[in-house]
Design a protein around this ligand. Structure first.
Ligand code: ADP
Ligand code: MG
Length: 221
């Protein structure tokens, strides 16, 4: 569940980004769209508690973020949020399984090999477990990053431009996989995109009652 009121964010020396209020029930998919530079990535960073709003309130996965200090925010994010960043940030020195173990460690969890193997299998990349990121295709690397994002069964999955730099088939697969994963985990899914292919696919494939839209406008600066 995501609930925001009067949210705005101002980068140092930047224009103020103002965001419409949303109420997204648990399990619903939100299509966050708008032109490049309108504030989609910033909105995701606010939802993940990576930055604090300049004004307004937000409740994400049942938690009012204003009530948390920095340490509690990190712990909350580690348990409740799955983040699929636009730039995947897989560690080049580690293989796929080690990248997921690193994520467990960063989240303060004990290494759980069974959980890693289960999520890799669920996303169809079990056979890639011993490979390093440089040995993966773009679509494979994105599956691994998604596996890392949902390893801990987060209540909210945030995906930033998941189709960027993917061809039509890989982009469609990425979106289908996000929808299936969110459904399997009963998670709320947010997909930020300026890609018309993704918007069309969500309109066609997201459950009829389970899709909301938040369209951001080009910011004033
Ligand atoms: P989108 O993801 O929709 O492309 P962003 O959230 O990345 O948009 O950016 C929104 C606006 O904030 C843009 O005008 C961008 O230039 C500005 N911006 C983003 N990051 C920073 C930053 N670290 N410092 C200053 N301005 C920023
Ligand atoms: Mg962005």
């Amino acid at each position: 569940m995501i609930c925001t009121r009067s949210l705005s964010y101002r980068y140092t020396a930047g224009a103020t980004l103002r965001f419409p209020d949303v109420d997204v029930p648990q399990g619903v998919t939100l299509l966050l769209s708008g032109p490049s530079g309108c504030g989609k990535s910033t909105w995701l960073a606010l939802m993940a508690g990576l930055v604090r709003p300049t004004t307004g309130q937000l409740t994400v996965a049942g938690q009012s973020l204003a009530a948390l200090d920095a340490v509690a925010t990190d712990a909350w994010r580690a348990s409740s949020i799955g983040f699929l960043p636009q730039k995947l940030h897989l560690s080049a020195a580690l293989n796929v399984r080690q990248n997921l173990a690193l994520a467990q460690w960063a989240a303060g969890l004990a290494e759980n090999r069974a959980a890693i193997d289960a999520v890799l299998a669920a996303l169809g990349v079990a056979e890639l477990a011993a490979r390093r990121p440089a040995q993966l295709s773009g679509g494979q690397a994105q599956r691994v990053a998604l596996a890392r994002a949902v390893l801990h069964h987060p209540k909210v999955i945030l995906a930033d431009e998941p189709s960027a730099s993917l061809d039509d088939e890989a982009a469609a697969n990425a979106v289908a996989l996000l929808l299936a994963t969110a459904r399997a985990q009963s998670a709320t899914l947010v997909i930020a995109t300026h890609d018309a292919r993704v918007a069309a696919q969500l309109a066609a494939e997201a459950p009829a009652t389970g899709l909301q839209r938040l369209q951001l406008l080009r910011n004033p600066s």
